[in-house]
Ligand binder design. Structure first.
Ligand SMILES: C[S@@+](CC[C@H](N)C(=O)[O-])C[C@H]1O[C@@H](n2cnc3c(N)ncnc32)[C@H](O)[C@@H]1O
Length: 218
């Protein structure tokens, strides 16, 4: 998607992807990554997700990346965190204790921007990208992570012809195609979710599944 699309979404409050509760897959499967509490976790395309608060509560340091300044402002304000704001290379860094969000385009990130990363959490990042951008996203993720880094990936799959994204459909085959060269891939869950998502039934879908994967960088 073009950057303007996301800026407009945040400006007009069209953020149906935002969850007011912690993602249940994060709670159920995060421990399977077997991380030390002091691990540094990267959350690309983070929006203002409360999942970052949950990760902080586990003792982790969290590095988010988000293109919309409105989203970043909202995250700090709504969670009553007072950020220090400074310019860092191509990004504006918003930070407070163990929390930092780099505000800017994911596709400009280089390893020195985010430093050491021990794990990655992707919920609604890969599926926010149209097909043509996904290989570039995965290539950049691969470049940013050191060998053995584990990732938790949450995707959605549905009949793409019945609805235009985002969120886009990303099948298990596509996850394999995108990640198999650089990562081991284990599917941890595969759940029908349409009954919990009436807005997608109204858009014409008759099936929608969420999947959770544990990836590990080779
Ligand atoms: C579908 S939302 C998901 C947000 C978050 N992961 C969540 O679970 O609520 C995708 C987010 O990615 C951001 N985004 C889109 N393209 C981006 C890019 N190139 N660089 C950084 N952020 C981007 C959007 O502004 C939006 O907040």
């Amino acid at each position: 998607m073009e950057k303007d699309f996301w800026h407009a979404r945040w400006q007009t409050g069209q953020i149906g992807f935002h969850q007011n509760e912690i993602n249940p897959y994060l709670v159920d499967y995060w421990t399977s990554l077997e991380l030390e509490p002091q691990s540094r976790v990267f959350v690309p395309l983070c929006g203002k997700t409360l999942d970052m608060i949950w990760l902080l509560d586990q003792g982790h340091t969290v590095i988010g990346n988000e293109i919309s300044q409105l989203a970043v402002e909202a995250f700090f304000r709504e969670n009553r965190l007072t950020p220090a704001i400074r310019q860092q290379a191509a990004y504006t860094s918003w930070s407070c204790d163990r929390m930092e969000i780099l505000c800017g385009d994911f596709f400009d990130l280089v390893p020195t921007d985010i430093g050491r990363i021990d794990a990655l959490y992707d919920r609604a990042a890969l599926i926010a990208l149209p097909p043509g951008q996904r290989a570039r996203y995965v290539a950049r993720i691969t470049q940013l992570l050191k060998p053995q880094t584990p990732c938790l990936l949450v995707t959605l799959d549905y009949e793409q012809g019945k609805m235009s994204g985002p969120p886009f459909a990303v099948s298990a085959d596509e996850v394999r195609r995108l990640y198999q060269e650089g990562f081991s891939i284990e599917q941890l869950a595969h759940t029908d979710v349409l009954d919990d998502q009436p807005r997608f039934r109204e858009k014409g879908l008759d099936a929608m599944r969420e999947s959770v994967y544990r990836l590990r960088r080779y």
